[in-house]
Write a protein that binds this ligand. Sequence first.
Ligand SMILES: Cc1ncc(COP(=O)(O)O)c(C=O)c1O
Length: 495
Amino acid sequence: MYKLDQTKTPLLDALMEYVNNNTVPFHVPGHKKGQGMWNEFKNFVGTNVLSMDVTVFKQVDSLHKPTGVIKAAQELAADAYNTDYTFFSIHGTSGAIQAMVMSVVGPGEKIIIPRNVHKSVTAGIILSGASPVYMQPEIDHTVGVALNVTPETVENALEDNPDAKAVLIVNPTYYGVSTDIEKIVNIVHRYNIPLIVDEAHGPHLHFNSRLPISAVDAGADICSQSTHKIIGSMTQSSLLHVRKGFVDVNRVKTVLSLLQTTSPSYILLASLDAARKQMVIDGKELLDKTIDLADYARKSINSIEGYYCFGEEVLGKKGAYAFDPTKVTITCKDLGLSGYELERILAEKYYIQPEMSDLYNVLCVFSLGDTKESVDKLINALKEISDVQCCSLRRKLEIIDVPDIPEQILTPRDAFNSMTVSVPLSDSMGQISAEFLMAYPPGIPILCPGEMITKDIIDYVKALKEANLYVQGTEDPEVNHIKVVSDLNIFNINE
Ligand SMILES: Cc1ncc(COP(=O)(O)O)c(C=O)c1O
C-alpha cells in the first residue's frame, strides 16, 4: 500500500493558490497571464491555463533543484509507482531516454539494445558516445510488425558481450506486445549491470492486473513512461523511475538537469501531479472500462469482413509473452487497402484520427478518455469502409527477411560527427554509412550510422523496392543515394 497521502497534489495546489491569490506577475513569461497575448489565441485556449503558465520561484519550486512542491509531487509519484525515485520530464520520454542512456554508459562503452529502438535511444547513444550492440526482435509474419526480443536473445547477446555496461529493451512495443521482462531482469542482473526499459507505452501497467507487468514491478532498474500517451497528463510530460542498486541516482539527476530546459512548463508538470492522483484513486476502474471497450472493439472489428485485430492469440509467438489489450491494431490487408489508405479514409471522411498506420495496419490507442459512442463511431466507419471496399484486391503480406546486421566500424557518434558525402547506393559497397536505412515492414533498420554497407544490403534494398515495399531513412527520399563517411583517415581506418 501507499506510504504517502495520495489524495494530495502539491504542485497543482500551489499553482491554483498562485492563480486564486491574483498574484501580480513581474516575472516571465511575458504574456502575463495572457494579458499581453494575441486575443484569438487567448480566447481559444481559455484563461486558467494561461494564468498558471509561470516560471521558477519559491512557491512553485524548481525542476532542476526541487526542494518544495515539485519534490513532494515527485515523491508521491515514486510512492504511487512503488519505486525509489521518480523524476518529471517535460521533454517526453524522448528526453528521459537520452538521460537514461547517458546515465549508464560513456564513450566507447557497450550497451545492448534491440535493433528497432526509438530514435531517442540513438540520440542517447550519440550523446554518450557509447557503442551499441544490437539484438534482432522477433517478427509477426501474420500482421507484419516487429514483436519483442526474447530472454534467450538477451542471454545470447550478454554471453557474446560480457563487457556490456547495460541492456535496454522496449516494453511493451507500440502494438502492445510485452516480453518476459522478469526473466530478462534476472539474466541482466547476473552480469551486475542495469536493465533500462523504454516503457513509453506502459504508464498504466502498474495500475491494473489485467495488463502486463510494469518494468518497475518486474525489478528493472530505470525506466521511462510517456504518461501523456495513455493516462491523463499533457503532451510532452513523462516520468522517469529509478530503483536503487545498479544505477547512480545522482548521475541521473545531473544528466536530466543537463538536458532539460530551465523554463519548464508548469502546466505540463502539474498535469503529471494530477495524472498520478487520478491513477491511484480511479486508475483500476478506469482501466477496466478501457480494457472492456478495447475488447469490445476488437471483437466487433474481427466480425467485419476484411479486418483482423490481433488479441491474446499473439502470445503463442516468440517475442510475445504478454499483451496490452488497450492497443487495437487493425490489419486491413484483406480489404485491399494499405494501413496508410485506411487511416486517410478514417481521418478525411469520418473525422476519426488513429494513432498511426503502417503498410498493413492501423493502430488505435484506447485510453481513459474513450467512450462507447466514440468506439461505435469507429466500428461503424470500419463497417461502411468494408462494405464499399471489400475485398477485391486483397494485399499479399510481404515481409522480406532482414539481412544480417553489418559490421560496426565507427560508433554512431563518430559517424554522426564525421564529414560525409552522398554516393549512389548501388556504388556504396564497403563504405561506412552515416545514415539509417529502414525497411517497412517490419520497421527494423537494415543499416545504422557507423556500419559497413554490404552487397547483401544493396541487393536487399533493390528487392524491397521491386516488391513496392517501403525503404526510408536516408536524406534522399527515393533512397537512390546514401550519405557515407568521407574522412575515414581521422579515425585511423584505411579506405
Ligand atoms: C517506443 C517509443 N519510445 C519512446 C518514444 C518517445 O516518447 P515521447 O513521445 O514521450 O517523447 C516513443 C514515441 O512514440 C516510442 O514509441
